[in-house]
Design a protein around this ligand. Structure first.
Ligand code: ZN
Ligand code: FE
Length: 253
């Protein structure tokens, strides 16, 4: 199993330190800022060989340059279309590429919507979804449209095993799930998830990760073909229209 350490950054971001169990090779996903990431690496005794960025936004790449200075030769990987927008980028990946971290293959899924160059990195048992799929929600449509984002979320949901642990870019879970519960008050798994997320936050614990299978039961953006959810936003039978309506309500919630 890929070893993953959460690194809280800024107000509500997560960076992650990944360690391949077979070789000990380490990588950092989305270093929002350098200091907490450097502290986490030091505590782990880890020297990363690469940074994996999910997209170009500052709160996901802000620590790139300082990490490159601290670890000469560090590779910085992001989508080909983000070249020039990701500080220190050395490697350009596209959909279907595999990035090797020691003995762990990380598959690249190009998932445009939040940004046009958004990618998810997925091993057999963990996926790093950035601001595309959040626990209980999804990212805003800054560069793409609803059809694009919906297709990207479907791609994640249909490609990855339900047991895959989802590690997302922000701790938005409790608020996302409260919004979802307002739309689907009859979904028992969702009500349980709200209570669990609220308990964890009250205890100062992260809600991340949850499995993809768990998310499919509670995340409204993965449930746009559910009649109860469609009915709550006007009853369209077109899942993209349902997605767009749910996204619009979430923007104004
Ligand atoms: Zn973002
Ligand atoms: Fe973000």
């Amino acid at each position: 199993m890929l070893d993953v350490t959460l690194v809280p950054c800024l107000s509500d971001n997560y960076a992650y330190v990944l360690r391949d169990p077979a070789t000990g090779e380490c990588a950092v996903v989305d270093p929002s800022e350098a200091e907490p990431v450097l502290a986490a690496l030091s505590a782990l005794g880890a020297r990363p060989t690469m940074v994996l960025n999910t997209h170009h936004h500052y709160d996901h790449v802000g620590g790139n340059e300082a990490l490159c200075e601290a670890f000469p030769g560090l590779r910085v990987i992001a989508h080909a279309s983000d070249q020039g927008r990701v500080p220190g980028q050395t490697g350009a990946v596209q959909d279907g590429d595999r990035v090797m971290l020691g003995g762990t293959a990380l598959r690249v899924l190009h998932v445009p919507g939040h940004t046009l160059g958004a990618v998810t990195y997925a091993s057999d048992d963990a996926a790093f979804t950035g601001d595309t799929l959040f626990l209980g929600g999804c990212g805003r449509l800054f560069e793409g449209d609803a059809a694009m984002m919906y297709a990207s979320l479907r791609r994640i949901a249909e490609t990855l095993d339900p047991a895959t642990r989802i590690f997302c870019g922000h701790e938005y879970t409790a608020n996302n799930l409260r919004f979802a519960a307002a739309l689907e008050p009859g979904n028992g798994a969702l009500l349980d998830a709200v209570a669990d997320a609220e308990r964890r936050r009250a205890a100062g614990e992260p809600t991340v990760p949850k499995t993809l299978g768990d998310e499919r039961r509670v995340n409204p953006f993965l449930r746009c073909d559910e009649p109860a959810l469609a009915a709550a936003v006007g009853g369209s039978h077109d899942p993209v229209a349902v997605f767009a309506a749910v996204r619009e309500r979430r923007n104004n919630w």
